[in-house]
Design a protein around this ligand. Structure first.
Ligand code: R5P
Length: 258
């Protein structure tokens, strides 16, 4: 368990830059995830871990890829339905081990119609994960209807940690330090829809200052016109103590090739 966690979260810094590319599991086709080799492979050297589905791992990744895998193991809903919370576990723990995953991930939907189902799935994964030494990452507050403030995110992340999640992923919000304070396990932030790079970098910086262990950004990296400069700028904040301004400067110099 500890070995797998240390593959994802650098023990020297206590931080991680995860790259999330699991979106098609409920969104179908997603901009810049059609040709993974072209859009994602160049980002892997700057990622401490990549979060993806079994399908992407099987179809689009090189078997020699050294980047640790966080395997998305929940699904069953699509964006065509109003209720995204109707998810179950899609991949067995045995299969996750066979695929050499460093952690498994699922979404929990606190306050949604299928809250109990997803929380019980988390508990089941944690029970199985303990048997195999497999960490579980819980993604909280996904879905259109969820409020994203410190009170709600604090509640959702704490519930996930109480049920045994080893890492929790959530959204950045105002007063994020309150969310971090109340959650006893490492927190990484998601990015959400694509926003200007400057803003996305500021969110990462503020989350790290508030005590987050890193980020698990997706669209704000792979949908950037300059995705490699963007992930390198994100990495400079998370792993090299850059400020948001310094990271933006790095982004601008890398994108112009200076
Ligand atoms: C959402 O359910 C998925 O786990 C995404 O991987 C997650 O939202 C992070 O991606 P983004 O930064 O694009 O929001």
């Amino acid at each position: 368990m500890k070995n797998r966690l240390q593959r994802i979260i650098n023990p020297k810094t206590g931080h991680t830059v995860m790259l999330a590319i699991d979106h098609p599991y409920f969104q179908g086709q997603v901009s810049n995830l059609s040709n993974i080799r072209e859009s994602i492979w160049p980002l892997l050297p700057y990622s401490d871990a990549v979060m993806l589905t079994r399908g992407t791992l099987r179809n689009s990744m090189d078997t020699g890829m050294p980047t640790p895998v966080v395997l998305r193991v929940s699904g069953g809903a699509s964006i065509l339905k109003d209720d995204l919370s109707d998810e179950e576990i899609t991949v067995s723990m045995r299969e996750a081990v066979r695929l050499n995953a460093s952690a498994v991930a699922l979404s929990v939907y606190v306050g949604a119609p299928h809250e109990k189902q997803t929380l019980m799935s988390l508990s089941k994964l944690v029970n199985e994960g303990e048997e195999y030494g497999m960490p579980v990452l819980a993604v909280t507050a996904v879905g259109r209807e969820m409020v994203r403030d410190a009170r709600y995110l604090g509640l959702a992340t704490r519930i996930a940690a109480e049920l045994g999640a080893h890492i929790v992923k959530t959204y950045y919000c105002e007063n994020f330090e309150k969310v971090v304070e109340g959650c006893p396990v490492p927190i990484v932030i998601a990015g959400g829809k694509k926003i200007p790079e400057e803003e996305a970098l500021k969110n990462v910086y503020e989350a790290i200052q508030a005590g987050a262990s890193g980020c698990d950004y997706g669209r704000n990296i792979f949908q950037s016109e300059f995705s490699v400069p963007m992930i390198r700028a994100v990495r400079s904040i998370v792993q090299e103590n850059y400020t948001a301004d310094e990271a933006l400067e790095l982004f601008n110099s890398l994108k112009t090739g200076k």
